[in-house]
Design a binder for this molecule. Structure first.
Ligand SMILES: Nc1nc2c(ncn2[C@@H]2O[C@H](COP(=O)(O)OP(=O)(O)OP(=O)(O)O)[C@@H](O)[C@H]2O)c(=O)[nH]1
Ligand SMILES: [Mg+2]
Length: 434
């Protein structure tokens, strides 16, 4: 016990704090990593604050009872001929509430895809309760309908929904009971498919083990299940809900389920911290790239702008030349434009040039005029086209990006390091206490 208390780190609070802080660092409306990533064209998803644990198994194998035992509240109605006939998300919150399917999808956007499974929406609900027992503040349980063979008609495709849920759950607990239900074909079929896709997430338990007549019954049930699933090195803890009124001599390994949930939480915390680290690096790289690209665009734009100015000047010079040519042909036009005094001044400087022009035949003068006009127009168009430069960031945008970069490097990264230290301190504490 020594080190956990010596370090003063409660693992539940520690994991909760790490996950909450990480979530906050992503979702903060001003400085969140999601907002920062958006400003450089990236999309990030916020990390989850809880893990999702799905329970599956035949009818009446004790799924709902397990949730009630874990939560230490009577949330799910156990027993009865019908049992649980939909999917229920059981999670912790500030107030005891029940939510419908639509509200459930708002609470868990990652499950929105299930809206598409025909008829399932009406059979999805959420139970929020205030319990904080065990690791419940970090867990969302998904209670599923009991699977049965034969003519039993579900109002939706139950196999498909469980398989899809398996893709988004962190842990899948499969319950088999030692009497009768153990070899439900539907359960075996779904489990086989889940095992292929998410082998490491699937865990088997022999539930209601206290109801078996003896150790040999339990062994027989386990052998049969292992054979049906084609698994050789089979680990199947025997569990049952402890009942003080009905003591049993059967070994109860229900704590192992809690241990597996704890391990999944630890792994999720570790993954969340690793992803946070990677996301910080990617964001910093993207911001630096954006600023560097902007600098390059600015340089490119200024050289293009210089070229555009030069072309405009050339265009104007050619236009002046054109005006001189045209004026030489239509002298009266120049008189109107410059008045007698203006003409005198012009001739003072350009007399030799005008004389040279006069010596050219009229046809050549007209051809040169046309050519100069066209050249001037082309030069102006080229200058205009070049002037449409690449967009660059405004000064304010550049300052904002620089600030975001500094914020990630100087605030988020050190905070992530600090959370890592807290997490490791707790892990060391856990190992010492084991
Ligand atoms: N002896 C014993 N009875 C149990 C245990 N767990 C559950 N039960 C009883 O088994 C019955 C069925 O339990 P549920 O928790 O409703 O089973 P379920 O898997 O949720 O059933 P469905 O919702 O129909 O799929 C109830 O009467 C429980 O009291 C256990 O560990 N030992
Ligand atoms: Mg149930």
């Amino acid at each position: 016990m020594k080190s956990r208390y010596a370090l003063n780190v409660d693992p539940k609070c520690c994991n909760e704090r790490v996950l909450n802080d990480c979530h906050q660092m992503y979702t903060d409306s001003d400085r969140g990593l999601i907002t920062i990533a958006q400003s450089v064209g990236m999309t990030l998803l916020p990390p989850r604050k809880k893990i999702t644990v799905m329970l599956i198994g035949g009818h009446s194998v004790g799924k709902s009872s397990f949730i009630n035992w874990y939560v230490e509240e009577h949330i799910q109605k156990p027993g009865g001929a019908i049992g649980t006939h939909g999917f229920t998300f059981v999670t912790s919150g500030c107030k005891r509430t029940s939510l419908t399917g639509k509200a459930t999808f708002q609470l868990y956007p990652q499950f929105k895809q299930f809206q598409k499974v025909k008829g399932v929406s009406e059979y999805i609900s959420t139970e929020i309760c205030t319990s904080r027992q065990k690791q419940f503040s970090l867990v969302t349980f998904v209670d599923t309908p009991g699977l049965v063979d034969g003519d039993m008609k579900y109002p939706f495709d139950v196999d498909q929904t469980i398989l899809q849920l398996g893709d988004v759950c962190d842990l899948i607990l499969v319950f088999f009971d030692p009497i009768g239900q153990a070899l439900c074909k539907r359960t075996l079929n779904i489990v086989e498919q889940l095992k292929v896709k998410h082998g490491d997430r699937v865990n088997f338990y022999l539930s209601k083990a206290d109801e078996a007549r003896g150790e040999s019954d339990r062994q027989k049930a386990m052998m049969q299940i292992a054979q049906e699933l084609g698994i050789h090195d089979f680990d199947m803890p025997t569990i049952y809900i402890p009942n003080p009124n009905k003591p049993s001599r059967c070994v109860n390994q229900i704590e192992e389920v809690c241990h597996t949930i704890q391990k999944t939480i630890d792994q999720t915390v570790q993954n969340t911290l690793n992803t946070l680290g990677k996301d910080c690096e990617v964001i910093c790289e993207a911001v630096i790239d954006t600023l560097n690209n902007d600098r390059l665009c600015y340089k490119e734009n200024s050289s293009v702008c210089n070229l555009s100015c030069a072309l405009t000047l050339l265009g104007f010079s050619v236009m002046l030349l054109f005006i001189l040519f045209i004026s030489n042909i239509y002298w009266e036009f120049l008189v109107v434009l410059l008045s007698a005094y203006g003409i005198e001044t012009l001739l003072l400087y350009l007399d030799p040039f005008m004389r040279a022009l006069d010596s050219l035949p009229m046809q050549i003068q007209l051809i040169i005029c046309g050519f100069l006009m066209q050249l001037s127009v082309i030069l102006h168009i080229l200058a205009y086209l070049l002037f449409n430069s690449k967009p660059t960031l405004s000064g304010k945008q550049k300052i904002e990006l620089q600030e975001k970069l500094e914020y990630v490097q100087e605030m988020v990264k050190p905070k992530k390091k600090k959370l890592h230290v807290i997490y490791h301190q707790q892990s060391i504490g856990d190992q010492d206490t084991d």
